[in-house]
Design a protein around this ligand. Structure first.
Ligand SMILES: *Cc1c(COP(=O)(O)O)cnc(C)c1O
Length: 393
């Protein structure tokens, strides 16, 4: 006899299936790279966030091995107990030095994931007396962090600096924070960071920037959205992730040293979670060197060229592409079933692209999310463009 609890879950799962919302995973047997072994077939993948192609970079892999032989497999405890290794300490210092041009008195703190870093910032730096101003298209981790914070939340429409200005002017709270993705993860466009910072200066608010998709990718030196926007301030709280362009895993917050010290003292997602394996931090030192060095410059140039070639190659009269200058290139399809069908036809032709449906994106805006990487060749991008154009014919 199945219990009522299980039956009820089974009914809800069936509803997801009927509405075209059931999600399924594919299993890979090769490193994250353009050519992947997935569910027993070779496909050309355009769906990872490995924007610089560092996830399978020989030097990063070698550093991970070296880190494991030096520090072992696991950290064994949270940072405040005994899990904070020399590798973590060096990574914090390296990241602080790297981000110093964009943040005054920069210090950094590393986290297991970007999701946890966002929960940490929002829960530790805001309270019931804070007004949070959240961009409409913010990532789920920022939304969840806002819920956890107990602050009062106001959502401003996508990119609407004018409306945000009105909302800030009306706020009587002693604490204010504006919260935004820098690169919107499902649309690929950029937040107007300079205008947002100007408003925050005017209204004495924090500006939390989630640069998951900008770190390593944007800016001449790869420092991300702040470098790209040319802004610098004490009120910036910068969250960068290390599992996307940096190719490994984890995240960091860069901010004024007092902000970081407060997170270290008070942020529960930092305090009550086991530190990442030190080998990851050790490997990340190599990733940051690659991002910051000439190889990073070359990889970003190649990536920018691929973005240009993808956009100019696609027969735009046939496709509803969002205007994006980042490696995230969404093609809007519409309904859930149509989106899945378009992804399936590309998959049959040998191309693996992301199919994104609600609740990740608004109802009726199901889309293919194509992500480009410096690991792709021009020829591979040309093949994808050919497949797209053929799909329509
Ligand atoms: C991926 C992502 C995160 C979460 O980072 P993880 O390290 O994967 O947990 C946070 N914000 C945005 C905008 C993201 O795209």
């Amino acid at each position: 006899m199945t219990t009522r609890l299980i039956t009820s879950l089974q009914q809800r799962l069936h509803q997801l299936e009927v509405r075209g919302l059931r999600r399924r995973r594919r299993t890979t047997d090769s490193p994250c790279a353009p050519q992947v072994q997935v569910d027993g077939h070779t496909k050309l993948a355009f769906c990872s966030n490995d924007y610089l192609g560092l996830a399978a970079h020989p030097q990063v892999i070698a550093a991970l091995r070296e880190g494991a032989s030096r520090y072992g497999a696991g950290s064994g405890a949270s940072h405040l107990i005994s899990g904070h290794s020399r590798a973590h300490a060096l990574l914090e210092e390296r990241l602080a030095e790297f981000m110093a041009p964009d943040i005054e008195a920069a210090r950094t703190l590393t986290f297991c994931t970007g999701y946890l870093a966002n929960l940490a910032i929002l829960s530790a730096l805001t309270d019931r007396d804070t007004d949070l101003f959240c961009e409409q298209l913010n990532h789920a981790s920022l939304i969840d962090g806002a819920r956890l914070s107990r602050a009062s939340v106001q959502v401003y429409p996508h990119g609407a600096v004018d409306q945000l200005a009105v909302m800030l002017a009306a706020s009587r709270s002693p604490g204010k924070m504006v919260v935004t993705d820098s690169v919107f993860s499902m649309d690929g466009d950029l937040a107007p960071l300079a205008a947002l910072l100007a408003l925050c200066e005017q209204h004495d608010a924090w500006l939390l920037v989630d640069d998951a998709h900008g770190f390593g990718v944007l800016g001449q030196h790869g420092r991300g959205a702040l470098e790209h926007a040319g802004i610098r301030s004490q009120r910036l709280i910068y969250m960068g992730t290390l599992g996307k362009a940096a190719g490994v895993g984890g995240a960091f917050v860069a901010a004024h040293e007092s902000v970081i010290e407060w997170l270290l003292q008070r942020a529960r997602p930092y305090i009550y979670s086991t530190a990442t394996p030190p080998a990851l931090a050790h490997a990340l030192l190599t990733s940051i060197d690659l991002i910051a060095g000439t190889e990073g410059v070359h990889r970003r140039t190649h990536l920018r060229n691929l973005i240009g070639e993808f956009r100019s190659g696609l027969q735009l009269q046939h496709w509803h592409c969002l205007l994006s200058e980042t490696p995230i290139q969404p093609v809007i399809i519409g309904g859930n079933d149509e989106t899945m069908a378009a992804a399936a036809s590309l998959y049959e032709r040998g191309y693996w692209v992301g199919a994104i449906r609600p609740p990740t994106v608004p109802v009726g805006t199901g889309r293919l999310r194509i992500t480009l990487s410096a690991a792709h060749s021009r020829d591979e991008v040309a093949q994808l463009v050919g497949a797209f154009n053929g799909l329509q014919a």
